[in-house]
Design a protein around this ligand. Structure first.
Ligand code: TYM
Length: 344
């Protein structure tokens, strides 16, 4: 795999080796897609070198909209498998399943007590979900961002690699821990988002964020034919009607992806589009080849891991065990500050 994505960028610009703890979470939505990887996972993997890193499959969060036990179970395993295949190394980073560490839920309650409802009501993701699932606006959905803040705060994380679509949640998490610190004394660091240089990856429709629920994804671990079909279906520069029209790489999603997948010659590719010497079909075909090359090792690792599914379960269980003392310590401190029972 190329390492073009391995330099995390953020307003905070955390330097490897400078200390600090990293946490991030991903919903169990099955095998990862290109948006997950470019927006967030590439930084998960980059930051496991030089930072203490913790990554979580947030199955409690998934309950806010998925109510099928088998779907959650299978999608959790697939997401973990995908992360391991992409290079998340359990020797360097902790990977675990949220429902293995009940302390997240306990801290959520404590943080809920410092969170005004208006903060959550104003969160764009809550408004969006309320629109998308009007018959299922459950209390857990309302609590979603508070649980997300608890995920981060329970390990006192400093940095959170995420895509830009999570920026509002991160801002809310910062406000929530600030409110706790103000009321009960300095307890939690204010976590900082870390964005990659592809912070929002558009889907094959060229318009919306790449997302499984919108059906506009390019899969990473599908068979080559599926990937080819997905890439060839990508919407390009809609103003370019015929080959002789000059293309506009700045607005073309395919060209933007070449910036990541063809780091050495994307400028030539862009020039071919601008000068109308290359057509969209050729540029897409090249993208298929480049993507398959970029993800070649990961796809091989995926095939190996898929044959040994018990490894995934072992990694998740060991990850949760490793975190037990740290989660307990944070809760004990909160109980003490809040006048609750000493934790035994
Ligand atoms: P989720 O599961 O939707 O996505 C996981 C990660 O992938 C990123 N991502 C994208 N980035 C760029 N372009 C895209 N098209 C794209 N699609 C997905 C997301 O930004 C995210 O980083 N609420 C979170 C999960 C969560 C969490 C946390 C994250 C729960 N607790 C604590 C950070 C810290 C979510 O639903 O991510």
């Amino acid at each position: 795999m190329t390492d073009t994505m391995t330099q995390p960028t953020t307003s905070a610009s955390p330097q490897p080796g400078s200390g600090g703890r990293v946490f991030s979470g991903v919903q169990p939505s099955g095998l990862p897609h290109v948006g997950n990887h470019l927006g967030a996972f590439s930084n998960y993997i980059a930051m496991q070198d030089g930072f203490e890193s913790i990554y979580c499959i947030v199955d409690y969060h998934a309950l806010t909209s998925t109510h099928d036990a088998e779907v959650i179970r299978t999608a959790t395993t697939e997401m973990a498998l995908g992360l391991l295949a992409l290079g998340l190394d359990p020797e360097k980073a902790v990977l675990f399943r949220q429902s293995d560490r009940l302390e997240h839920i306990e801290l959520m309650w404590l943080l809920a007590s410092v969170t005004p409802m208006g903060w959550v009501e104003r969160t764009p993701s809550f408004k969006e979900k309320r629109r998308n699932q009007p018959d299922d606006v459950n209390l857990a959905l309302f609590n979603y961002p508070v649980l997300q803040a608890a995920d981060i705060a329970i390990y006192k994380a400093d940095y959170v690699p995420v895509g830009k679509d999570q920026a509002a949640h991160l801002e809310l998490a910062r406000e929530i821990v600030r409110a706790f610190n103000t009321r009960y004394g300095e307890t939690f660091p204010e976590p900082q988002a870390v964005f990659s240089d592809a912070p929002i990856v558009k889907g094959t429709d060229g318009e919306n964020k790449m997302s499984k629920s919108l059906g506009n994804v390019i899969e990473i671990f599908a068979d080559e034919e599926t990937i080819r079909r997905q890439v060839m279906s990508m919407v390009t520069d809609t103003q370019r009607q015929r080959l002789s029209d000059p293309g506009r790489p700045e607005v073309c999603n395919v060209c933007q992806m070449h910036r990541i997948f063809s780091p050495d010659d994307y400028e030539e590719i862009w020039e071919g589009e601008r000068s109308a010497t290359t057509g969209c079909v050729a540029t897409k075909s090249l993208l298929v080849e480049r993507m398959l090359g970029y993800f070649g090792e990961a796809r091989e690792r995926y095939a190996e891991l898929k044959a040994k599914p018990q490894i995934v379960e072992e990694v998740l269980a060991a990850g949760a065990d490793t975190l037990a003392p740290r989660a307990a310590e944070t809760l004990a401190e909160c109980h003490d500050r809040m006048g609750l029972a000493p934790r035994r």
